[in-house]
Structure formats: C-alpha cells, structure tokens
Write a protein that binds this ligand. Structure first.
Ligand code: ATP
Ligand code: MG
Length: 1054
C-alpha cells in the first residue's frame, strides 16, 4: 500500500512575511473607538448570545481501510523483524546513540533535504533510507499504519487500558515477590504506564522481572527479536484476563507509544530537526488526512511550525486572514505538547458551542493518540482538574472556565503541569468583561508559570506591538487566504469593488441585472432578491442582518418572491428537516421556518434554541438550505460554506459596523475545502457612503485592556484573586504584577487622570471596605512590605467567580436563607441561583407575573415575601395602579426569571415555557444555561464558607437539574459533548440508553437507526462518548490507585 503523503505546497517563499519583534503600533486614540449610532432605532439590540457554530472540523472520519486483505499480521511482523534484526549485533551504546543521534541528524537531515528538494511539493516522509533506527521507525510506522486499519474498532480505550492494567497487575504480581509490598507493585506499574516504552516493555516482560531503568528498556528492546517480543506479548495476552481485548489494538498502541517516545526524544534534544511529522508520530499525519481530509500543509503553516521561536518554546502570536487555516497549526503544537513534552494543555475558545464542537472534533485524536479531552464550558469541568497519572489532558474551555481552571491549578501548585495555553480569537482581549477575564488569566500564567508557553491567534489584530509586549511573544503574520475573497459594496443598483488604489476607495464593477415589478420594488428596495438569486440554489449565501427581527423579515420576503422551482431542489431533505425541527419542538415548528424551508431558506439567530440552530446549520452545510438570514452570531470562527456573503446594512443592532465585525462577517465567504471562490457585498444607503468608505479602508480596531472599564469583573476581581492565590500580597508586589498586564502596558492611554499605582491603591482600599481583603493601605505603607490577606468572603467570591458587584448581596441573601429557606419546592433555591446579570434584560409581563404568583402554594408565596416581592406590588402592577411602596426592581425582575426557571424544571419543555412567558425560546434556553452556570459558581462560593454547608448538597442537585433540564433518563446521553436534547431523545428511543451504549455503538447501525444523522456525526458522537467514558474510567482507576497506595511514612516502617 502506498505511503500516504502529506506534502507542503510551496508557493514562492517570498510571499510569506515573517515579522518578528514588530515595532509597537501607536494606538490611534486613547479611548475605545467611537461607536456610531444608527439614525433610526428600528432594530432590537442583540442580547448576550451564546454562539452556535461549526468550527473547523470538516471532512472528518474518512473511512478506515480494513485490516483484512492485507498481509497477515505475522508476515508483517516477520518483515519488520527481519529488518530489525539487522541491528541486532550492534552494541548497546551504539544502539542507544542511533536511537537518538541518528534520529536527530541522519533522519532529520534527510527529511529536511526532502522538504527543500522539490520546488512545488515537499514530501514529509522519512522512510526508505537512513540507517537502522530510521528503518525501524519507518517500519514500525508502516506496521502501525496497517494496524491502524484495525479489525476491531470496538472497545473504548479506557476499557483497553483497564484490561491492560489488569493484565499487567496480574503479571507483575506473579513477578514480584510478595514481600516487596503493594506500594511497589502499584508504583512500578504506574511507572510503566507513564513511560512511553511501557507498552513494549510491558508486553515483553510479562513473565520476567521488570527493570525500571529506561536505559535498560532501550537495551532490552534493541537486543531481542521484535517477533519474539510480539509473540510473547500475544502469549501473555492470551494467558491474561484480557480475552476480549483486540490484540491488534494492543500492538497498535505499542507501536504508537514507541513513535511517541522517539518523537519526544527528538523534541527534548531541542534540535531544529523534525520528527516524522513535526516531531510527532506518523499517525498524527494519517489522522489529519483521515479525519480532516488535509493532505498537504499550506506553505505558511509549515513556515510557522518551523519558526525558531516555536522550537525555542517562545510565546507566539500569529495572525492571518479568516479561513487562513490557523487552527491546524495550533493543533499540531498542542499535540507536540501533549505527546512529546508530556504536559497538559489548555485551549481557550470564545463560546460554549465552539468548545463543544472542538471537544467533539478532537476526541477522536485523543482516543487514537492516548490523551484525554476534557470539556470546560457552562457548568462542566472540575476544579481543580483530576490529576492524571498516566495520560495528559487537553482542557478545552470557554474564557470564564479557563480562568477558573488556571486559578485552581495555581492554588493547588500544579500550574507547572500546564505546558501550553492556546487562545483562539485573541482579539477577544478587547471584548468587554470577557476580554478582562482573558487578560487576567493570561497575566497570571505569565507571572507565575514562566515555562508555560502561550500561543494566541486571530484574524483581526491591529496593535500587535502592545499584545506582543503583554505576552512577551514573537509575531508571525501572513496574508495567505486559500480562497480569494472579493469585496464589493452596492449602492442603489450599482456594484463597486472595494479597491484602495482608487481615489474614493471603490471601483465601478457592474450594474445589477434584474427586472423588478413595482410590487417587488416596494417590498425589496435593496434588491436582496436579485443579489441572492445570482447564487442560490447552486451555491450558498449568508445574509447578515442588523437585528433578529430583520433576519426573519428578510427570510420571509425573499421566499415570497422566489420561483416555484426552488421548492423542487432537495425537496425530500427539506421535508425531513421540517420533520426534524418538529421533533425538536415537541410537535411544533416555527411557522416562519415551515414557510421558508421549502425554498431552501431559514433565519438563524439567538431566538432559536441550540437544537434548532444546530439542525439548521447542518442542513445548510449539507446544501439542503442555501440561504441563511442571520445575525452577527454566525460570524465567529464558523466554517459554513458561503459563496456570497451579503451584509444587509452596515449596522449591528443600532451601532455602526466595526471593522473587526466587518472582517469576521465577510470572512465567512469562500472557505477552504468548501468553496472555490468567495465574495462579499455590503448594501449601503447613499447617506452612509462616507462612513462605509472609512470602514472598509480603515485599519482594524485596536485591542485595549478592559480591566478598568469592567471594574468589578476587571481590576477589582484581579486584585482580589492576586491576594487570594498569594500571587502578590503586598502593595508593591501587586504593583509589579500589574505592570505586566495589558493595562500596565497601555496605562498612559487608558487612564489619564490617575497613575496605575493610584488605581491599584483605590482598588485595594475598596476591597478592604467591602470586607473582601484585610490589611492596611496608606500612603505611608506604599512600597512597604505589609501583607494583605483575604477574608473568607473574599475567597468565596473569587473561587466562585462571582462578580464583585453582587458578592455582598449574594452573601446577605444566602444568610437570610439560612433563617428560613422554604424547601417545599425548589423555588427559593432557584431564586438564589437566578443570575443577577440577566435581570436587566427582562421586563416582566405583570399579568403573567400575577398568574404565576397565584398558582403558587401558600408556602411558595412566602418565598416572594422573604425575598422582597410583596403580593400587593404584583397585584397593583397587574391592574395598572400606581405603586408607592419602595420595592427593589432588580429583585422583582429576578424573581420573574425565577418563575421562568421554575416552570422549566417542572415542564422540561422550553417551547411551552417560552410561550407561557411570551419570551423567545432562545432567550429561555440562554437563561437556563446561565442559571446552570451560576448555580455551579454558587456552589463553589458556598463551599468556601462553612456557615453555608447546608447549601452544598442542595446546589449539587440543582446544578445538575439546570444543566440537563430534561427527563432524567436522557442525562447520561447529554453528557456527551454536543448531544442536545432532541438527539438524546432519538438515541434513547432507539435503545442507546447509557454512555457505554454510545461508546460501543457501531456507526453504521447508528446511522441506520437514527433519523437525520450523518455518518460523520455518528462517528463524532461515538468518539466523544468513548472519550468521556475513558475519562471517567481513568478517574476511577486513579482513585483506586490512590486508595491502594501504601504511605511511605507509616510509623515504625522506616
Ligand atoms: N493545509 C490545509 N489543507 C486543506 N484545508 C485546510 C488546510 N488547513 C486548514 N484547512 C481548512 O481550512 C478551513 C479553514 O481553516 P480554519 O478554521 O483553521 O481557519 P481560521 O484561520 O481559523 O479562520 P477564522 O479566522 O475564520 O477562524 C478549515 O475547513 C480547515 O479544515
Ligand atoms: Mg479560527
């Protein structure tokens, strides 16, 4: 079988532009960019939205070829053995040198030669020649490849590992004299597991004493016939308890481990030479090909991976246009860290849905390569994470959860386990409170864990100099975009190309060709129908609209004027989609979608549930839908195909479009592997022409620190946790720390009136006043060494990631609850778990309020009184009377949201609840997700305050309920990343009732049994389930090991 080739396509080398230590760019203004308001306020402002997207995991799960039909395993082994035995007579030392030395010099030199030998295509292959070790590498890899084509892709890795461990334990116990004690057995066993060669040594020496020195492992490996090793491994397997385990799987893992070991050595040598695939096992290359359909690396990707700064593990920022393929580079660096450097990795992504997508996409890599993928989003994730003894973990986290994770690692003095932090969409540093949290996270890592490498990427960076200083990072940039993007604007019926060379920035391109009736002209003055019918249904099109309402209007209007023939295109699939949406909506489909989908059109915004959005995205990706009218929510990191992107107007909500937003939206057009061309058209009214000229030709917005703007979530929260985590406890130390933040770098721009030191002093004093810190800050004490300490309330606040604006009130409310928590139902507890920051987005319907109140039991009505919502207030409001009583509106609104949550938990039906409260179902779902997240924060808050011990048990259950607001039986299925309620129901009804059912499912059977499930999705679900099962099993195994470990300090045993 021909060796699959992963090649780097080289264009002219000069096209890549490497800028190191780029001079800082002067920010254009001291304050944030001016926000231009829309003249009319017809639209609704977009609320905080949870984005739903398909990240870059396309073209996954190509077929694995069958193992059958190839040479028999033994024949292959013979072959490997034969070549391997050529080395047999080498002395041990020389063999050892070859293992490392040849790999570094001969092999890599050869590979580098290969790289630069060909002008157009560079093959990343290291076989054929190059000495014994290389041959071994090549052969084992060859064998590995065939083994990859496994007969049995049956058991999850956790189970295999478990069987293997059992097997090893039994053989170890046969080997060790009993007097050696249990601890030695456990330790030697875990040593073996930790050692990448353990699969070899483990299987080889089942029946012989184990020599734990790594050198001797190498010696043993080199001095015996490989066939003997494998045979003895097989015999061992046959004798042990692992009868169900696929032998090929074990061999496969053995070969992989060997490759990882060699790759690790290559990396440790810090030579510029590379391993089979950027220092990684050959299998990684195969996986990218099989799972992503990536055959070749772009030239810039190769250049970037070969950067000297990366080899030296320096921090790096890289920036390329949207769709440039940034993710792949990050993923290769992540795998190097996990497999070769054996360190954990944190990957920070901006939104929950993107985290889930990434967990699904990388789970299969984790299963094949033997690392764990752990989800940190919403209420998922453990703090601190479980300390894994064997496998390394890739934590995929939202910004908020990433921060909490880093805090927990610092607190438990495990931050050095984190070898690498990757931040996607680094420009988020400038995005409000989330930007502040990201800055805090990175600043802490930079300050406290110098060895943790930080990599940030983005398509929309401007003031890179500031960011470089902050992250102490090198910078790489390139203008490469695999699919060319042509930008246009449309004014009246003329299309202009965006062209910076012309005087006014636009060059006439063409007149729009359309024939409009007077009716259509009235309904569609901006000629949207004409613009879309130029591309659909053959190609796909996205229309970004300023508001949610506008999305719906556009979708409805366009389908009214489309010819009937549009209905015929993929008619059956469209009906299936409607049926699917009906299933999601418990029998109801949004009437508008029902009307538009037959034409291949849908709207997409945060008013839809996550399930609906996902279905619509999938149908769009599959070409069933060809036009989506969407809000900006679809613009971040999404990989949906669009030949043409239309921007309905240069506004988002009421605000004039920012350059970053413009770039992100237009960047959706023409994505690699999906489209061969891409164009964007911005619809402009004459009056906005000049603003649009500025927009398209202005540089991207600068990224500014938000620590000051977001006071309570920003600088105050940072100061509190600095003391709490003992990162900096004196005023002087805090000053030093703050100089290293982005705020420290931009302080002169961002704070004209006060120096940074004064700001810090005010902040610390404020925290003391609030009772969160203890100590004294006076002028005299400035620069003194007097240490500040954190109070229990302060600790609870930062550990629960509670916004400082609410920590005192939260404490009071919980305290009050201790005096009389109404436990007749969970209403009171739900009120305490209702997120404070959503109250401003809600305006109660008083009639509904009253109706809900009247349905409460007498005990529940008491809750209203306790929290401060008198019945008379609601009654008067409902009857339109003036209310004189002084009632806190925030509490009243919050209690209204509690009613929504209460109904949700009772009915577990978002649709009926949203109807009951006249709220969009997307909003209701967002509330539910926020409440789940807040409840888990509350739990961490209460855990730190002894007086609140009683809340702990209650909140654990409540968090679970809120996280999976579904029938209990669906919960195990919904734990799998990205399995939402509708899918869980389908799976459950088809008989897949547990995680183990899913992890061991056959993809083909799954596809056959579950409607609207593609093979690609089925495989992703199975991989994620396998990963979760593996993670759970590992955790239990580690717990067992911990339990069985004999302490070394038992009195009298020394
Ligand atoms: N070497 C490659 N060969 C073929 N396709 C590739 C290659 N590298 C990346 N791609 C594909 O290109 C598409 C876009 O890549 P990716 O999502 O990484 O872009 P990005 O730079 O992160 O863009 P954005 O800034 O919009 O997030 C993906 O479908 C990805 O699989
Ligand atoms: Mg990206």
């Amino acid at each position: 079988m021909a060796e699959p080739r992963l090649a780097v396509r080289r264009k002219s080398r000069s096209s890549s532009e490497l800028k190191r230590s780029r001079a800082p760019v002067q920010p254009v203004a001291a304050s944030s960019p001016v926000v231009r308001k829309r003249p009319s306020s017809a639209g609704e402002g977009p609320p905080a939205e949870v984005l739903c997207s398909n990240d870059s995991e396309e073209d996954m799960f190509g077929d694995y070829d069958s193992f059958y039909g190839n040479d028999s395993l033994i024949a292959q082994v013979d072959n490997i053995d034969h070549r391997y035995l050529q080395d047999k007579n080498m002395d041990v030392k020389a063999a050892g040198e070859i293992v490392l030395g040849n790999f570094q010099s001969g092999v890599h030199q050869k590979e580098q030669d290969n790289f630069f030998a060909s002008q157009n295509v560079v093959v990343l292959n290291s076989d054929k020649e190059g000495g014994a070790c290389q041959m071994r590498d090549s052969d084992t890899a060859d064998g590995n490849q065939k083994l990859t084509e496994s007969v049995l892709d049956d058991l999850p890795l956790s189970q295999l590992l478990y069987f293997e461990k059992m097997d090893e334990l039994s053989s170890t116990s046969r080997t060790f004299p009993l007097s050696k004690g249990r601890d030695e057995r456990v330790n030697s066993f875990s040593d073996k597991i930790r050692d990448p060669l353990s699969f070899y040594t483990g299987v080889e020496h089942r029946n012989r004493p184990i020599d734990s020195s790594s050198q001797s492992k190498c010696v043993l490996f080199k001095s015996e016939s490989l066939k003997d090793h494998l045979k003895s491994a097989m015999t061992g397997n046959a004798r042990a308890q692992t009868l169900q385990v696929s032998k090929t799987k074990q061999l496969k893992e053995a070969v992989l481990s060997e490759e990882i070991f060699v790759a690790r050595k290559a990396i440790e040598s810090s030579s510029l030479d590379i391993g089979p695939f950027y220092g990684l096992p050959r299998k990684v290359k195969d996986l990218f090909r099989q799972l992503r359909g990536i055959e070749t690396l772009y030239e810039w990707q190769h250049d970037c991976l070969m950067l000297e700064s990366l080899q030296q593990r320096k921090n790096l920022i890289y920036s390329l246009p949207t769709g440039g393929g940034k993710t792949l580079v990050a993923e290769i660096i992540i795998l190097q860290e996990l497999l070769c450097r054996q360190k954990d990795v944190l990957m920070i992504l901006p939104y929950v849905a993107i985290v889930q997508e990434k967990v699904r996409g990388l789970s299969s890599f984790g299963i094949e390569l033997g690392f764990l993928v752990e989800e940190y989003a919403g209420s998922k994730g453990r703090f601190p994470p479980i300390k894994r003894r064997v496998k390394k973990s890739l934590y995929i986290a939202t910004i908020e959860k990433g921060h909490a994770l880093v805090n927990s690692l610092i607190e438990t003095e495990r931050i050095n386990d984190l070898g690498l932090v990757v931040v996607d969409e680094l420009h988020m540093l400038g995005a409000g409170s989330r930007g502040a949290v990201l800055e805090i996270t990175l600043a802490k890592i930079l300050y406290i864990s110098k060895k943790t490498q930080i990599i940030g990427m983005s398509a929309t960076l401007n003031n890179v100099g500031d960011l470089q200083k902050f992250l102490q990072a090198e910078y790489y940039t390139n203008n490469f975009r695999p699919v060319e993007l042509k930008e246009y604007i449309k004014i009246r019926d003329t299309i202009y190309a965006v062209d910076s060379k012309t005087q006014n920035g636009f060059a006439f391109s063409r007149l729009l060709n359309f024939k409009y009736s007077s009716n259509l002209e009235k309904a569609d003055p901006d000629h949207i129908v004409a613009l879309v019918t130029e591309v659909i249904p053959k190609y796909s099109c996205l229309i970004f609209c300023p508001t949610k309402k506008n999305c719906e209007n556009v979708a409805s209007m366009v389908c009214k004027y489309l010819k009937k023939e549009f209905r015929a295109h993929k008619g059956k699939e469209k009906q299936d989609l409607i049926k699917n949406l009906k299933g999601i909506g418990n029998g109801t489909v949004c009437p508008l979608l029902k009307q538009t989908i037959p034409f291949g059109i849908a709207y997409h915004h945060s008013g839809l549930t996550n399930d609906e959005r996902k279905s619509i995205e999938e149908a769009y990706s599959a070409g069933v839908l060809c036009l989506l009218a969407c809000t900006a929510t679809l613009a971040a990191g999404v990989n949906l195909p669009a030949r043409r992107v239309i921007l309905r107007a240069p506004y988002v909500g009421n605000d004039f479009l920012k350059k970053n937003q413009y770039k992100q939206m237009t960047g959706r057009a023409g994505r690699a592997g999906i489209d061969s061309a891409g164009e964007s058209i911005l619809i402009v009214q004459e009056k906005d022409k000049h603003l649009v000229q500025d927009l398209v030709h202005s540089p991207l917005e600068n990224c500014y620190s938000n620590l000051l703007l977001e006071l309570t979530k920003g600088i105050q929260s940072l100061l509190l946790s600095l003391v709490g985590l003992k990162i900096a406890v004196t005023h002087e130390e805090v000053d030093n720390f703050m100089c290293c933040t982005l705020l420290g770098i931009q302080q002169q721009l961002l704070s004209k009136e006060k120096s940074l030191s004064e700001i810090i002093k005010d902040g610390l004093e404020n925290l003391i006043e609030k009772g969160l810190l203890k100590g004294r800050i006076t002028e005299k004490d400035h620069n003194s060494k007097s240490a500040l300490t954190i109070t229990p309330l302060g600790k609870a606040t930062y550990k629960g990631s509670i916004d400082l604006a609410y920590c005192n009130i939260l404490y009071r409310e919980l305290k009050k609850g201790l005096e009389g928590l109404v436990l007749e139902s969970n209403l009171h507890l739900l009120y305490l778990s209702t997120p404070y920051d959503m109250t401003s987005t809600c305006s109660p319907d008083w009639m509904i309020y009253l109706r809900q109140f009247n349905q409460l039991s007498a005990a529940e009505q008491k809750v209203a009184d306790i929290v401060g919502v008198p019945e008379s207030f609601i009654t008067k409001k409902a009857s339109g009377q003036a209310v004189r009583r002084n009632v806190d509106n925030a509490v009243v609104n919050r209690f209204y949201l509690t009613f929504v949550l209460y109904s949700l938990l009772k009915e577990t039906n978002i649709w009926s609840v949203s109807e009951k409260f006249n709220l969009s179902r997307g909003y209701v779902q967002n509330l539910l997700n926020s409440a789940a997240s807040f409840a888990s924060c509350l739990l961490h808050f209460c855990e730190e305050l002894e007086e609140f011990w009683v809340y702990k048990a209650l909140l654990i259950e409540l968090t679970k309920h809120l996280t999976y607001c579904v029938k209990t039986e669906l919960i195990p299925l919904m734990e799998v990343a990205g399995v939402l309620e509708a899918r869980a129901k389908q799976l459950y009804n088809a008989g897949y009732k547990t995680l183990a059912h899913l992890a061991n499912a056959n993809p083909e059977t799954l596809v056959g049994m579950i409607e609207h499930l593609s093979r690609h999705q089925a495989k992703q679900i199975i991989s994620s389930a396998k990963m979760l099962l593996s993670e759970k099993a590992e955790a239990l195994q580690e717990e067992v090991e911990e339990l069985l470990k004999v302490p070394t300090d038992i009195p009298g045993t020394r």
